[in-house]
Design a protein around this ligand. Structure first.
Ligand SMILES: Cc1cc2nc3c(=O)[nH]c(=O)nc-3n(C[C@H](O)[C@H](O)[C@H](O)COP(=O)(O)OP(=O)(O)OC[C@H]3O[C@@H](n4cnc5c(N)ncnc54)[C@H](O)[C@@H]3O)c2cc1C
Length: 416
Protein backbone atom coordinates (compact mmCIF):
# COMPACT_ATOMS: atom_id res chain seq x y z
CA UNK A 1 0.00 0.00 0.00
CA UNK A 2 1.43 3.43 -0.92
CA UNK A 3 1.60 6.32 1.56
CA UNK A 4 -1.09 8.11 -0.33
CA UNK A 5 -3.37 5.07 -0.29
CA UNK A 6 -2.89 4.82 3.47
CA UNK A 7 -4.21 8.34 3.89
CA UNK A 8 -7.30 7.82 1.72
CA UNK A 9 -10.54 8.05 3.68
CA UNK A 10 -12.36 4.81 4.37
CA UNK A 11 -15.81 6.40 4.73
CA UNK A 12 -17.51 9.54 3.48
CA UNK A 13 -14.86 11.80 5.01
CA UNK A 14 -13.31 14.23 2.54
CA UNK A 15 -9.83 13.65 1.19
CA UNK A 16 -9.57 17.36 0.36
CA UNK A 17 -11.29 20.27 2.10
CA UNK A 18 -11.55 23.33 -0.13
CA UNK A 19 -12.14 26.63 1.65
CA UNK A 20 -14.16 29.02 -0.53
CA UNK A 21 -16.75 28.38 -3.25
CA UNK A 22 -15.54 31.16 -5.53
CA UNK A 23 -14.80 30.21 -9.12
CA UNK A 24 -11.31 28.90 -8.27
CA UNK A 25 -12.52 26.66 -5.43
CA UNK A 26 -15.43 25.35 -7.49
CA UNK A 27 -13.16 24.60 -10.47
CA UNK A 28 -10.76 22.68 -8.25
CA UNK A 29 -13.67 20.74 -6.72
CA UNK A 30 -15.00 19.87 -10.17
CA UNK A 31 -11.67 18.61 -11.51
CA UNK A 32 -11.08 16.51 -8.37
CA UNK A 33 -14.67 15.26 -8.27
CA UNK A 34 -14.40 14.09 -11.87
CA UNK A 35 -11.67 11.72 -10.64
CA UNK A 36 -13.92 10.41 -7.85
CA UNK A 37 -11.92 12.17 -5.12
CA UNK A 38 -13.98 12.92 -1.97
CA UNK A 39 -14.08 16.71 -1.56
CA UNK A 40 -15.84 19.01 0.86
CA UNK A 41 -16.12 22.68 -0.08
CA UNK A 42 -16.80 25.02 2.86
CA UNK A 43 -18.10 28.49 2.01
CA UNK A 44 -19.12 31.27 4.36
CA UNK A 45 -21.82 32.72 2.06
CA UNK A 46 -25.12 31.07 1.13
CA UNK A 47 -24.52 31.21 -2.64
CA UNK A 48 -22.23 32.62 -5.34
CA UNK A 49 -20.87 36.16 -5.00
CA UNK A 50 -22.65 38.68 -7.28
CA UNK A 51 -20.34 41.70 -6.98
CA UNK A 52 -19.09 43.11 -10.30
CA UNK A 53 -15.76 41.36 -10.69
CA UNK A 54 -14.28 38.98 -13.28
CA UNK A 55 -15.91 38.82 -16.71
CA UNK A 56 -13.22 37.91 -19.26
CA UNK A 57 -11.07 34.79 -19.45
CA UNK A 58 -8.38 33.96 -21.98
CA UNK A 59 -6.89 30.82 -23.53
CA UNK A 60 -5.17 29.38 -20.42
CA UNK A 61 -8.44 29.43 -18.46
CA UNK A 62 -10.34 28.07 -21.47
CA UNK A 63 -8.03 25.05 -21.46
CA UNK A 64 -9.09 24.16 -17.90
CA UNK A 65 -12.77 24.92 -18.59
CA UNK A 66 -12.58 22.64 -21.64
CA UNK A 67 -11.09 19.69 -19.78
CA UNK A 68 -13.68 20.17 -17.01
CA UNK A 69 -16.30 19.81 -19.78
CA UNK A 70 -17.91 23.23 -19.35
CA UNK A 71 -16.31 25.53 -21.94
CA UNK A 72 -19.12 25.07 -24.49
CA UNK A 73 -21.66 26.09 -21.84
CA UNK A 74 -19.53 29.08 -20.79
CA UNK A 75 -19.19 30.20 -24.43
CA UNK A 76 -22.89 29.82 -25.15
CA UNK A 77 -24.10 31.53 -21.97
CA UNK A 78 -21.51 34.23 -22.54
CA UNK A 79 -20.01 35.32 -25.87
CA UNK A 80 -16.72 35.85 -27.66
CA UNK A 81 -15.95 39.60 -27.78
CA UNK A 82 -15.14 40.86 -31.28
CA UNK A 83 -11.93 42.54 -30.14
CA UNK A 84 -10.08 44.75 -27.70
CA UNK A 85 -9.00 48.29 -28.48
CA UNK A 86 -7.00 51.09 -26.90
CA UNK A 87 -8.40 54.57 -27.45
CA UNK A 88 -8.07 58.21 -26.52
CA UNK A 89 -10.78 59.88 -24.41
CA UNK A 90 -12.30 61.42 -27.55
CA UNK A 91 -12.85 57.78 -28.79
CA UNK A 92 -9.97 57.89 -31.33
CA UNK A 93 -8.78 54.32 -31.99
CA UNK A 94 -5.06 53.79 -31.34
CA UNK A 95 -4.48 50.04 -31.62
CA UNK A 96 -6.21 46.76 -30.90
CA UNK A 97 -6.50 42.99 -30.95
CA UNK A 98 -8.92 41.11 -33.19
CA UNK A 99 -10.47 38.28 -31.13
CA UNK A 100 -11.43 36.40 -34.31
CA UNK A 101 -7.77 35.91 -35.22
CA UNK A 102 -7.07 32.68 -33.22
CA UNK A 103 -7.66 29.57 -35.39
CA UNK A 104 -9.12 27.66 -32.46
CA UNK A 105 -12.20 29.09 -30.70
CA UNK A 106 -10.76 27.77 -27.43
CA UNK A 107 -7.94 30.31 -27.78
CA UNK A 108 -10.31 33.28 -28.05
CA UNK A 109 -11.18 35.55 -25.17
CA UNK A 110 -14.56 34.58 -23.67
CA UNK A 111 -16.85 36.81 -21.60
CA UNK A 112 -19.18 35.57 -18.84
CA UNK A 113 -19.60 37.41 -15.51
CA UNK A 114 -18.12 35.55 -12.55
CA UNK A 115 -21.36 34.65 -10.76
CA UNK A 116 -22.74 33.12 -13.96
CA UNK A 117 -19.51 31.18 -14.39
CA UNK A 118 -19.91 29.95 -10.80
CA UNK A 119 -23.46 28.79 -11.61
CA UNK A 120 -22.20 26.82 -14.64
CA UNK A 121 -19.60 25.08 -12.46
CA UNK A 122 -22.16 24.42 -9.71
CA UNK A 123 -24.48 22.73 -12.22
CA UNK A 124 -21.62 20.51 -13.39
CA UNK A 125 -20.85 19.68 -9.75
CA UNK A 126 -24.37 18.30 -9.32
CA UNK A 127 -23.12 15.33 -11.38
CA UNK A 128 -20.25 14.68 -8.95
CA UNK A 129 -21.38 12.56 -5.99
CA UNK A 130 -17.97 12.74 -4.30
CA UNK A 131 -18.19 16.54 -3.90
CA UNK A 132 -20.17 18.07 -1.06
CA UNK A 133 -20.66 21.83 -0.74
CA UNK A 134 -21.31 23.24 2.73
CA UNK A 135 -22.68 26.78 2.47
CA UNK A 136 -22.85 29.00 5.56
CA UNK A 137 -19.53 27.61 6.87
CA UNK A 138 -17.08 30.32 7.89
CA UNK A 139 -13.52 29.08 8.33
CA UNK A 140 -11.91 30.58 11.43
CA UNK A 141 -8.52 28.94 11.08
CA UNK A 142 -6.63 25.97 9.66
CA UNK A 143 -3.82 23.78 10.93
CA UNK A 144 -2.04 20.48 10.37
CA UNK A 145 -0.14 17.74 12.13
CA UNK A 146 2.71 17.12 9.74
CA UNK A 147 3.56 13.68 11.19
CA UNK A 148 0.09 12.20 10.97
CA UNK A 149 -0.68 13.95 7.69
CA UNK A 150 -3.93 15.33 9.01
CA UNK A 151 -5.01 18.87 8.25
CA UNK A 152 -8.04 20.59 9.69
CA UNK A 153 -10.26 23.62 9.42
CA UNK A 154 -12.23 25.16 12.27
CA UNK A 155 -15.60 26.32 10.99
CA UNK A 156 -18.36 28.45 12.44
CA UNK A 157 -21.88 27.56 11.31
CA UNK A 158 -25.40 28.55 12.40
CA UNK A 159 -25.32 25.64 14.86
CA UNK A 160 -21.90 26.33 16.39
CA UNK A 161 -18.21 25.80 15.83
CA UNK A 162 -16.61 22.52 14.84
CA UNK A 163 -13.44 21.01 13.41
CA UNK A 164 -13.36 19.26 10.01
CA UNK A 165 -10.41 17.07 9.04
CA UNK A 166 -8.90 15.77 5.83
CA UNK A 167 -5.48 14.81 4.52
CA UNK A 168 -5.33 18.04 2.45
CA UNK A 169 -6.78 21.54 2.85
CA UNK A 170 -6.80 24.11 0.04
CA UNK A 171 -7.43 27.81 0.61
CA UNK A 172 -9.47 29.24 -2.28
CA UNK A 173 -10.91 31.90 0.00
CA UNK A 174 -9.98 34.99 -1.96
CA UNK A 175 -8.00 38.16 -1.26
CA UNK A 176 -8.64 38.19 2.50
CA UNK A 177 -7.92 34.47 2.82
CA UNK A 178 -8.18 33.14 6.35
CA UNK A 179 -6.17 30.11 5.26
CA UNK A 180 -3.30 32.38 4.14
CA UNK A 181 -3.52 34.33 7.42
CA UNK A 182 -3.38 31.10 9.42
CA UNK A 183 -0.17 30.17 7.58
CA UNK A 184 1.56 33.54 7.29
CA UNK A 185 -0.21 36.03 9.57
CA UNK A 186 -0.63 39.45 7.95
CA UNK A 187 2.33 38.95 5.61
CA UNK A 188 1.29 39.22 1.95
CA UNK A 189 4.32 40.66 0.10
CA UNK A 190 3.69 43.25 -2.60
CA UNK A 191 2.01 46.62 -2.75
CA UNK A 192 -1.30 48.44 -3.09
CA UNK A 193 -1.66 50.90 -5.96
CA UNK A 194 -2.28 54.57 -5.03
CA UNK A 195 -4.97 54.61 -7.70
CA UNK A 196 -8.34 53.21 -6.67
CA UNK A 197 -10.85 51.79 -9.11
CA UNK A 198 -14.62 51.77 -9.30
CA UNK A 199 -16.30 48.90 -11.17
CA UNK A 200 -19.83 49.36 -12.46
CA UNK A 201 -22.28 47.35 -14.50
CA UNK A 202 -24.02 49.90 -16.70
CA UNK A 203 -26.29 50.07 -19.72
CA UNK A 204 -24.92 52.63 -22.18
CA UNK A 205 -24.88 52.73 -25.98
CA UNK A 206 -21.16 52.48 -26.76
CA UNK A 207 -21.96 50.91 -30.15
CA UNK A 208 -23.05 54.36 -31.32
CA UNK A 209 -19.44 55.52 -30.97
CA UNK A 210 -17.83 52.60 -32.82
CA UNK A 211 -16.44 50.96 -29.70
CA UNK A 212 -15.24 47.35 -29.79
CA UNK A 213 -16.64 44.85 -27.29
CA UNK A 214 -13.70 45.71 -24.99
CA UNK A 215 -11.99 49.13 -24.85
CA UNK A 216 -9.24 50.68 -22.77
CA UNK A 217 -9.20 54.47 -22.64
CA UNK A 218 -5.83 56.14 -22.04
CA UNK A 219 -6.02 59.42 -20.10
CA UNK A 220 -4.07 60.80 -17.10
CA UNK A 221 -7.26 61.51 -15.13
CA UNK A 222 -10.25 59.84 -16.79
CA UNK A 223 -8.74 56.44 -17.66
CA UNK A 224 -11.21 53.62 -17.88
CA UNK A 225 -12.25 50.32 -19.39
CA UNK A 226 -15.58 49.72 -21.11
CA UNK A 227 -16.44 46.16 -22.04
CA UNK A 228 -19.73 44.63 -23.14
CA UNK A 229 -20.56 41.90 -20.64
CA UNK A 230 -23.95 40.62 -21.70
CA UNK A 231 -25.81 39.98 -24.88
CA UNK A 232 -28.52 42.46 -23.77
CA UNK A 233 -26.22 45.48 -23.78
CA UNK A 234 -24.83 45.66 -20.26
CA UNK A 235 -21.28 47.02 -20.09
CA UNK A 236 -18.64 46.81 -17.41
CA UNK A 237 -17.27 50.33 -16.95
CA UNK A 238 -14.29 50.33 -14.59
CA UNK A 239 -12.51 53.62 -14.03
CA UNK A 240 -9.63 55.06 -12.08
CA UNK A 241 -10.22 57.33 -9.10
CA UNK A 242 -8.31 59.54 -6.69
CA UNK A 243 -6.58 57.99 -3.74
CA UNK A 244 -7.81 58.49 -0.17
CA UNK A 245 -11.57 58.69 -0.83
CA UNK A 246 -14.03 56.58 1.16
CA UNK A 247 -16.35 54.15 -0.62
CA UNK A 248 -19.26 56.54 0.01
CA UNK A 249 -17.31 59.43 -1.56
CA UNK A 250 -16.34 57.29 -4.55
CA UNK A 251 -19.94 56.24 -5.15
CA UNK A 252 -21.16 59.86 -4.82
CA UNK A 253 -18.65 60.96 -7.51
CA UNK A 254 -19.81 58.36 -10.07
CA UNK A 255 -22.31 60.58 -12.01
CA UNK A 256 -19.70 63.36 -12.27
CA UNK A 257 -17.10 60.87 -13.55
CA UNK A 258 -19.47 59.43 -16.18
CA UNK A 259 -20.31 62.97 -17.36
CA UNK A 260 -16.59 63.64 -17.79
CA UNK A 261 -15.59 60.52 -19.67
CA UNK A 262 -18.48 58.74 -21.40
CA UNK A 263 -18.43 59.33 -25.15
CA UNK A 264 -21.21 61.35 -26.72
CA UNK A 265 -22.86 64.54 -25.60
CA UNK A 266 -20.82 66.78 -23.38
CA UNK A 267 -21.88 65.99 -20.73
CA UNK A 268 -23.93 62.91 -21.66
CA UNK A 269 -27.66 63.57 -21.39
CA UNK A 270 -29.11 62.80 -17.97
CA UNK A 271 -30.52 59.28 -18.07
CA UNK A 272 -28.28 58.34 -21.01
CA UNK A 273 -26.86 55.56 -18.85
CA UNK A 274 -28.55 53.11 -16.50
CA UNK A 275 -26.42 52.03 -13.57
CA UNK A 276 -27.05 48.45 -12.46
CA UNK A 277 -24.35 48.00 -9.80
CA UNK A 278 -21.27 49.77 -8.47
CA UNK A 279 -18.37 48.62 -6.34
CA UNK A 280 -15.16 50.48 -5.45
CA UNK A 281 -11.97 48.42 -5.05
CA UNK A 282 -8.42 48.95 -3.94
CA UNK A 283 -5.98 47.26 -6.30
CA UNK A 284 -2.91 45.28 -5.34
CA UNK A 285 0.04 43.33 -6.71
CA UNK A 286 0.83 40.71 -4.07
CA UNK A 287 2.23 37.19 -3.92
CA UNK A 288 2.35 34.90 -0.90
CA UNK A 289 5.73 33.47 0.21
CA UNK A 290 4.70 29.86 -0.49
CA UNK A 291 1.63 28.39 -2.17
CA UNK A 292 1.97 25.07 -0.32
CA UNK A 293 3.00 24.43 3.29
CA UNK A 294 2.87 20.73 4.15
CA UNK A 295 -0.64 19.59 3.29
CA UNK A 296 -2.17 23.07 3.09
CA UNK A 297 -2.16 24.80 -0.31
CA UNK A 298 -3.30 28.16 -1.66
CA UNK A 299 -4.94 28.88 -4.99
CA UNK A 300 -5.85 32.05 -6.96
CA UNK A 301 -6.59 35.29 -5.02
CA UNK A 302 -5.78 33.61 -1.72
CA UNK A 303 -2.21 33.31 -3.04
CA UNK A 304 -1.74 36.24 -5.38
CA UNK A 305 -3.44 39.45 -6.45
CA UNK A 306 -3.13 41.64 -9.51
CA UNK A 307 -5.05 44.63 -10.80
CA UNK A 308 -7.93 43.59 -13.07
CA UNK A 309 -6.87 45.45 -16.25
CA UNK A 310 -6.14 42.70 -18.71
CA UNK A 311 -8.14 39.93 -17.04
CA UNK A 312 -5.26 37.99 -15.54
CA UNK A 313 -6.60 37.53 -11.98
CA UNK A 314 -9.07 34.72 -12.37
CA UNK A 315 -7.48 33.46 -15.57
CA UNK A 316 -4.33 32.82 -13.49
CA UNK A 317 -6.47 31.47 -10.64
CA UNK A 318 -8.21 28.93 -12.86
CA UNK A 319 -4.81 27.78 -14.11
CA UNK A 320 -3.70 27.37 -10.47
CA UNK A 321 -6.80 25.27 -9.82
CA UNK A 322 -6.12 23.04 -12.83
CA UNK A 323 -2.46 22.66 -11.89
CA UNK A 324 -3.17 21.85 -8.25
CA UNK A 325 -5.87 19.40 -9.35
CA UNK A 326 -3.24 17.50 -11.36
CA UNK A 327 -0.88 17.47 -8.34
CA UNK A 328 -3.57 16.18 -5.94
CA UNK A 329 -4.88 13.64 -8.48
CA UNK A 330 -1.30 12.37 -8.86
CA UNK A 331 -0.95 11.96 -5.08
CA UNK A 332 -4.40 10.35 -4.73
CA UNK A 333 -3.66 7.86 -7.49
CA UNK A 334 -0.17 7.06 -6.13
CA UNK A 335 1.59 8.58 -9.15
CA UNK A 336 3.18 11.42 -7.17
CA UNK A 337 4.27 12.17 -3.63
CA UNK A 338 3.94 15.33 -1.57
CA UNK A 339 7.04 16.85 -3.16
CA UNK A 340 4.85 17.72 -6.17
CA UNK A 341 3.18 20.35 -3.96
CA UNK A 342 6.53 22.11 -3.50
CA UNK A 343 6.86 22.10 -7.29
CA UNK A 344 3.34 23.55 -7.55
CA UNK A 345 4.36 26.39 -5.23
CA UNK A 346 7.63 27.03 -7.06
CA UNK A 347 6.17 27.01 -10.59
CA UNK A 348 3.00 29.00 -9.88
CA UNK A 349 4.94 31.67 -7.97
CA UNK A 350 7.38 31.91 -10.87
CA UNK A 351 4.51 32.32 -13.36
CA UNK A 352 3.17 35.17 -11.24
CA UNK A 353 6.58 36.86 -10.95
CA UNK A 354 7.58 36.40 -14.61
CA UNK A 355 4.28 36.97 -16.38
CA UNK A 356 1.16 37.89 -14.41
CA UNK A 357 2.68 40.61 -12.26
CA UNK A 358 4.68 42.46 -14.96
CA UNK A 359 2.00 42.14 -17.66
CA UNK A 360 -0.89 43.25 -15.44
CA UNK A 361 1.18 46.11 -13.99
CA UNK A 362 2.04 47.32 -17.49
CA UNK A 363 -1.64 47.05 -18.46
CA UNK A 364 -2.81 49.45 -15.74
CA UNK A 365 0.11 51.89 -16.13
CA UNK A 366 -0.55 52.04 -19.87
CA UNK A 367 -3.88 53.72 -19.11
CA UNK A 368 -2.81 56.58 -16.83
CA UNK A 369 0.98 56.92 -16.90
CA UNK A 370 1.57 58.04 -20.48
CA UNK A 371 0.51 60.80 -22.81
CA UNK A 372 -2.33 59.52 -25.05
CA UNK A 373 -1.12 61.84 -27.82
CA UNK A 374 2.26 60.07 -28.06
CA UNK A 375 1.26 56.58 -26.80
CA UNK A 376 1.49 55.03 -30.26
CA UNK A 377 5.10 56.14 -30.58
CA UNK A 378 6.16 55.56 -26.95
CA UNK A 379 4.44 52.33 -25.95
CA UNK A 380 6.15 49.18 -27.27
CA UNK A 381 3.03 47.06 -26.68
CA UNK A 382 0.79 49.38 -28.67
CA UNK A 383 3.41 49.44 -31.42
CA UNK A 384 3.32 45.62 -31.54
CA UNK A 385 -0.47 45.67 -31.78
CA UNK A 386 -0.16 48.08 -34.65
CA UNK A 387 2.21 45.67 -36.40
CA UNK A 388 -0.27 42.83 -35.69
CA UNK A 389 -3.08 44.68 -37.46
CA UNK A 390 -1.16 44.33 -40.73
CA UNK A 391 0.24 40.83 -40.06
CA UNK A 392 -2.25 38.16 -38.98
CA UNK A 393 0.30 35.50 -38.10
CA UNK A 394 2.12 37.98 -35.84
CA UNK A 395 -1.22 38.94 -34.24
CA UNK A 396 -1.98 35.25 -33.57
CA UNK A 397 1.43 34.72 -32.01
CA UNK A 398 0.95 37.78 -29.81
CA UNK A 399 -2.43 36.58 -28.53
CA UNK A 400 -1.19 33.07 -27.77
CA UNK A 401 1.79 34.29 -25.74
CA UNK A 402 -0.41 34.33 -22.64
CA UNK A 403 -0.49 30.54 -22.79
CA UNK A 404 2.96 30.61 -21.20
CA UNK A 405 1.23 30.92 -17.79
CA UNK A 406 0.23 27.26 -18.21
CA UNK A 407 2.28 24.31 -16.93
CA UNK A 408 1.88 20.54 -17.16
CA UNK A 409 2.32 18.95 -13.73
CA UNK A 410 1.68 15.41 -14.95
CA UNK A 411 5.28 15.48 -16.22
CA UNK A 412 6.34 15.07 -12.56
CA UNK A 413 4.31 11.87 -12.10
CA UNK A 414 6.46 8.83 -11.26
CA UNK A 415 7.09 6.49 -14.14
CA UNK A 416 6.80 2.81 -13.24
C1 LIG B 1 -13.47 44.86 -10.91
C2 LIG B 1 -12.78 43.56 -11.13
C3 LIG B 1 -12.77 43.00 -12.39
C4 LIG B 1 -12.11 41.79 -12.62
N1 LIG B 1 -12.10 41.29 -13.88
C5 LIG B 1 -11.44 40.15 -14.14
C6 LIG B 1 -11.49 39.58 -15.44
O1 LIG B 1 -12.16 40.08 -16.35
N2 LIG B 1 -10.80 38.42 -15.64
C7 LIG B 1 -10.08 37.81 -14.65
O2 LIG B 1 -9.47 36.76 -14.91
N3 LIG B 1 -10.06 38.32 -13.38
C8 LIG B 1 -10.72 39.45 -13.11
N4 LIG B 1 -10.78 39.95 -11.82
C9 LIG B 1 -10.15 39.17 -10.73
C10 LIG B 1 -11.11 38.07 -10.26
O3 LIG B 1 -12.38 38.59 -9.92
C11 LIG B 1 -10.52 37.33 -9.07
O4 LIG B 1 -9.20 36.94 -9.41
C12 LIG B 1 -11.36 36.09 -8.76
O5 LIG B 1 -12.63 36.45 -8.32
C13 LIG B 1 -10.66 35.24 -7.71
O6 LIG B 1 -11.40 34.07 -7.53
P1 LIG B 1 -11.24 33.23 -6.19
O7 LIG B 1 -12.13 32.05 -6.35
O8 LIG B 1 -9.80 33.04 -5.90
O9 LIG B 1 -11.75 34.21 -5.04
P2 LIG B 1 -13.17 34.81 -4.77
O10 LIG B 1 -13.93 34.98 -6.03
O11 LIG B 1 -12.94 36.01 -3.93
O12 LIG B 1 -13.91 33.69 -3.91
C14 LIG B 1 -13.49 33.40 -2.58
C15 LIG B 1 -14.62 32.68 -1.87
O13 LIG B 1 -14.17 32.33 -0.56
C16 LIG B 1 -15.18 32.64 0.37
N5 LIG B 1 -14.54 32.85 1.67
C17 LIG B 1 -13.76 33.89 2.05
N6 LIG B 1 -13.38 33.76 3.31
C18 LIG B 1 -13.92 32.59 3.76
C19 LIG B 1 -13.87 31.92 5.02
N7 LIG B 1 -13.19 32.41 6.08
N8 LIG B 1 -14.55 30.75 5.13
C20 LIG B 1 -15.24 30.22 4.08
N9 LIG B 1 -15.31 30.83 2.88
C21 LIG B 1 -14.65 32.01 2.72
C22 LIG B 1 -15.84 33.89 -0.19
O14 LIG B 1 -17.13 34.07 0.35
C23 LIG B 1 -15.85 33.58 -1.68
O15 LIG B 1 -17.00 32.87 -2.09
C24 LIG B 1 -11.43 41.14 -11.56
C25 LIG B 1 -11.46 41.69 -10.27
C26 LIG B 1 -12.11 42.88 -10.05
C27 LIG B 1 -12.13 43.46 -8.66
Amino acid sequence: MTASEASKPTNAEPWVIIVGAGPAGLMLALLLGQQGIPVQVVELADGPDKRPRATHYSAPANYELRRAGILDEVQSQGFLPNGVSWRKLDTTYLAGLDNTVPDDKDDSLVCLPLHKLACVILRALEQQPSVQISWGHKVLGVGQETDSKVAWVDVETATGTRRLQAPYVVGCDGANSQVRKSLFGSSFPGFTWNEQIVATNTYYDFDKYGYHDANFIIHPEHWYMAARISKDGMWRITYGELTGLTNEELIARQPMKFEKFLPGHEPPEAGAWKLDSISPYKVHQRLVEKMAVGHICLVADAAHLCNPFGGLGLTGGIVDAGNLADCLIGIYQGKADDSILDKYSEVRRQKYNDIINPVSSANIRRLFAQDPETALQDDAFLKMLHQGSADTSFAKKLQLEIKSVMHDFTQYYKTS
